[in-house]
Design a protein around this ligand. Structure first.
Ligand SMILES: Cc1cc2nc3c(=O)[nH]c(=O)nc-3n(C[C@H](O)[C@H](O)[C@H](O)COP(=O)(O)OP(=O)(O)OC[C@H]3O[C@@H](n4cnc5c(N)ncnc54)[C@H](O)[C@@H]3O)c2cc1C
Length: 490
């Protein structure tokens, strides 16, 4: 078949590869001049910065793409397991290393928290159980398309254990039950931010995210995060995928409830199948007239966005790891500000990611490349230079206090990204990183499906559609799209 893919984000790249490996003729249209979408990089004066994702989990999903092409991931994207998943700095002065090594972690839990390693293991076992139960039904399959789907083994299995999925409590309620240590509650609540949500509203089902990072492990590619997108792109080229860069698709052509092609630079290109990796709210509002789910999409609460400061730091900090979190003193207020008041807390949680800790070439000798990020509301017109300056000041004050330094002295390169820039770069509406938030127990069911009855031949991948955002879930929905196309046409 002739397949047109719109967008070369991780979802678009993965679908293109999967379909090309099956012998389909695939063309990818990308509005930017390079692949990757939110996975991107830039270089300046000896520094290299990954601009988007920094955490690599479930690497076997990426490996599968190399396997189906008969290639070895180790040759394309060598990666390592991290000894410390993340280093946490709490406002009470506790500094907690989430080691992967069980002995070291036990020591850390025993000496720095009120809970025991057994309490922690119990929480992680529960997270694993929820993941194992829900993954085959909710993460790696499309929403049920017909009634008979509910009569298949994965649905039957889950029907008997629905209560175990923990839909009815929030993440915070579950974590408060499992831990007595306020710091551990905050640490586990943080996983809600991995899909842009509020742990005081998101269902406890999402505690499964902790399983991915802490049971399976946190990893990092030895050539940086961008090497994931770049390698998939180069592999796709090898498999015969054609890429058209600087090619913004303006319309998806539909006729008689079918997608028949796309419009690009006022030219029509016809396809048997069209796959969109574009934020589906953007598609609904701009690319298809009278889009069936437009109202519902525009009603959904957007996930959070990010403000990121990329700093070239002309010294090293031995007390920092690859991933570091400086926690807010009032986490609940931080989320209330983001989702209710659409503003930023005076004391935001600050994430510092330093790839040069592992990838030495990412910074000049004796220097470090800091990616300093806070969670912020999606754009509703509130961002301007003054707000950015205010936020920068708060972040600097927090870093100085926690690390006992004067960080501004060491910043020799700086670039700033905010929701407005994220939207401009990727067409993610309002700069929301993960489409709609998961701030209700029904949100998993409100995500946009991967195909529609009302528009045949059109499929959806990427972070704004089922099952959600983040690299692993985009790879999951790329596989779902591949399976749906096989089911519909083969
Ligand atoms: C700051 C930040 C930090 C993150 N941290 C993590 C993390 O640590 N771990 C993790 O797993 N995930 C993380 N994420 C989320 C992750 O990056 C995304 O979920 C994922 O990369 C989204 O991929 P996608 O397939 O939806 O495509 P996107 O990356 O959204 O790309 C869509 C592509 O479509 C193109 N496009 C849009 N409209 C058109 C058009 N009309 N015509 C042609 N092309 C078009 C865009 O230019 C873009 O290249 C982070 C994201 C950001 C921004």
């Amino acid at each position: 078949m002739k397949v047109g893919v719109i967008g070369a984000g991780i979802g678009g790249l993965a679908v293109a590869l999967r379909l090309a490996a099956k012998g389909h003729h695939v063309t990818v249209y990308e509005k930017n001049s390079k692949p990757g979408g939110k996975i991107s990089e830039f270089r300046v004066n000896g520094y290299r910065f990954d601009t988007g994702p920094s955490l690599f989990t479930l690497p076997e999903l990426t490996k599968e793409l190399f396997d189906i092409c008969g290639e070895s991931i180790d040759e394309w994207i060598p990666y390592e397991s991290l000894p410390t998943n993340c280093k946490y700095f709490f406002p009470d002065g506790t500094v907690f290393n989430f080691y992967q090594d069980k002995e070291q972690l036990t020591e850390e839990i025993n000496t720095k928290t009120k809970d025991s390693i057994e309490d922690l293991q119990k929480r992680l076992d529960k997270s694993e159980e929820v993941y194992n139960l829900s993954a085959p039904v909710f993460l790696f399959r499309p929403f049920a398309r017909k009634l008979s789907d509910f009569n298949t083994p994965p649905y039957k299995k889950i029907a008997k254990k629905l209560f175990k999925l923990d839909f009815f409590r929030t993440m915070n309620q579950a974590n408060k039950k499992d831990f007595s240590d306020e710091n551990l509650i905050q640490l586990f609540n943080r996983y809600a931010t991995y899909n842009g949500s509020d742990p005081h509203k998101a269902p406890a089902t999402l505690n499964m995210i902790a399983h991915l990072e802490n049971n399976i492990g946190a990893y990092f590619p030895l050539k940086g995060m961008y090497s994931i997108a770049d390698s998939l792109y180069r592999l796709a080229l090898l498999k015969g995928v054609e890429f058209c860069f600087d090619s913004p698709v303006s319309r998806i052509i539909t006729e008689n409830k079918k997608a028949t092609g796309i419009t690009i630079h006022n030219r029509k290109e016809l396809y048997d199948v069209v796959v969109s990796d574009v934020d589906v709210r953007y598609v609904a509002n701009n690319m298809i007239e009278n889009y069936p789910l437009k109202k519902r999409l525009n009603k959904g609460e957007p996930s959070s966005s990010a403000m990121i400061f990329y700093w070239g730091i002309n010294r090293t900090f031995d007390n920092l790891e690859l991933h570091n979190i400086l926690f807010s003193g009032d986490y609940k207020d931080e989320f209330r500000k983001i989702f209710k008041e659409k503003t930023v807390s005076k004391d935001p949680t600050v994430y510092i990611f330093i790839s040069s800790k592992l990838v030495k070439e990412d910074a000049p000798v004796g220097c470090e490349n800091w990616f300093v990020m806070i969670n912020v509301p999606s754009n509703s017109g509130q961002y301007n230079k003054e707000m950015t300056a205010r936020i920068r000041k708060r972040i600097i004050a927090k870093i100085n206090q926690e690390l006992d330094t004067d960080i501004e002295k060491y910043i020799e390169e700086e670039k700033i990204a905010c929701p407005v820039a994220i939207e401009a770069a990727t067409n993610s509406v309002d700069g929301a990183l993960y489409g709609i938030s998961s701030n209700s127990m029904f949100s998993a069911f409100l995500r946009h499906p991967n195909s529609l009855k009302k528009i045949r031949n059109l499929y959806f991948t990427g972070g704004s559609v089922h099952p959600g955002g983040g690299i692993p879930l985009c790879l999951a929905n790329a596989k779902i799209v591949d399976d749906l196309i096989a089911e519909d046409y083969e």
